[in-house]
Design a protein around this ligand. Sequence first.
Ligand code: PCA
Length: 123
Amino acid sequence: MRKNLVAVYGTLKRGKTNHFIMDLMSAEFLDEGKTVEKYPLTSDGKLPYLFDKKGIGHRIAVEVYRVSDAALAVIDRFECHPKFYERKTAKCELSTGKIIDCFVYFTAQNRNDFSGAKLLKNF
Ligand code: PCA
C-alpha cells in the first residue's frame, strides 16, 4: 500500500538525475507544493543540501509523492538515511492550500554549515 507521503526537493524530482528511483518504486505523484516553514537550501552544483533550521532561507519547492513501505525503505537506502540525508517530517503546503506532514530528507546534522552559502528556493 502506498501510504507514506514524501516531499522531494532535489535529485528525486521530475527531470532530475535520481527521479528514476521514484518511477522504479511506483511512487504516485500527488502534487507540487512548498514547505510551510523556511529552511536553508544550498547546493554544491551536484547535490542539494537542506538544513533543518526553521525560519532561515526560503519556503522550499517540493514534489509530494505517495509511496509504499518498501519504496520508502529503498529510498532511505538510496539517500543513505540517516547518515548522509536524514529523513524527518516537515509540514508542506500543497497547491490546493492543504497542509500535510511529509517525510523530507534533510542533510544529516553533522553536515551543518551553510554560512556564507547562497540560499535557494529550489534545486
Ligand atoms: N534527494 C532527495 C534529498 C536530496 C536529494 O538530492 C530529494 O530529492 O528530496
